[in-house]
Design a protein around this ligand. Structure first.
Ligand code: 1PX
Length: 215
């Protein structure tokens, strides 16, 4: 108990939320996807204010999606699949250049989807890391292999600066609040396939509809 109590949560909860994403017919439930991201942002906020610019951007994208979910056509946004179908049928997506649909669900979710690839790579590194490995290095490598290609120089630079202040592996595991390192590793081993599945299904769907480069 104590002042830090209200901030405490377990990384397990976040992963459990991502688990709920997949429906029986292997579609991705948008509400749970959004909730998963909310958990990640909460976690990121625990790491310090230097990550504020990242969590701000992610939050604004979450808000856009929540707006769609709560909007009058909310039922069309039940899953990522139904969202794509609906927005494309109704011409609600800017496909070649930015226009009047800058807040489409499709382009907004694509940004988070790309970040999910970073998460996948980072967590896999974390899972297979040893005590002396640096979280900042793991995070930076994962970023360079994924998300960075979509970011201009300034953002890459700022991200690099932020990565440097990430806590070391032991402290990082502590913030995850899952238990001893062996338990963190076990939890990640269980969670990774689910995150990968959500990522792969979304990636395929976007590829099928030529949505991977939405402006
Ligand atoms: C156990 C590990 C858990 C860690 C959880 C951390 C959650 C991180 C959430 C990151 C969300 C990033 C979303 C970025 C979306 C994006 O690419 N936006 C850009 C493009 O948007 P636009 O609307 O203009 O097309 C936007 O320009 C981005 C601005 C902010 C910078 C994004 C840097 C991303 C770095 C990701 C690594 C996070 C480091 C967390 C350290 C643990």
């Amino acid at each position: 108990a104590g002042a830090s109590e209200q901030q405490k949560f377990s990384f397990q909860e976040i992963l459990d939320t991502f688990k709920l994403c997949l429906t029986d017919s292997k579609e991705v439930d948008l509400q749970h996807y959004v909730d998963g991201w909310r958990g990640l942002i909460k976690f990121l906020n625990c790491l310090g204010s230097i990550f504020g610019f990242i969590s701000k951007d992610a939050s604004s994208k979450i808000l856009i999606l929540v707006g769609h979910l709560k909007g009058e056509n909310g039922s069309q946004y039940a899953t990522i699949q139904s969202m794509v179908k609906y927005e494309l049928e109704k011409d609600l997506v800017d496909v070649t250049k930015r226009g009047i649909h800058q807040e489409s669900g499709c382009r907004t979710l694509l940004r988070l989807h790309r970040a999910l690839r970073w998460l996948e790579l980072f967590l896999e590194r974390l899972r297979t890391s040893s005590e002396e490995d640096k979280t900042s290095v793991m995070c930076g490598e994962a970023y360079n292999e994924s998300l960075s290609q979509y970011h201009p120089w300034v953002i890459r630079k700022a991200a690099g600066v932020a990565f440097h202040v990430l806590p070391g592996r032991p402290a990082f595991f502590e913030v995850m609040n899952v238990g001893p390192p062996e338990q963190v590793v076990a939890m990640l081993g269980e969670a990774m396939p689910l995150i990968s599945e959500v990522y792969d299904i979304t990636e395929k769907l976007y590829a099928q509809h030529n949505l991977l480069d939405l402006p």
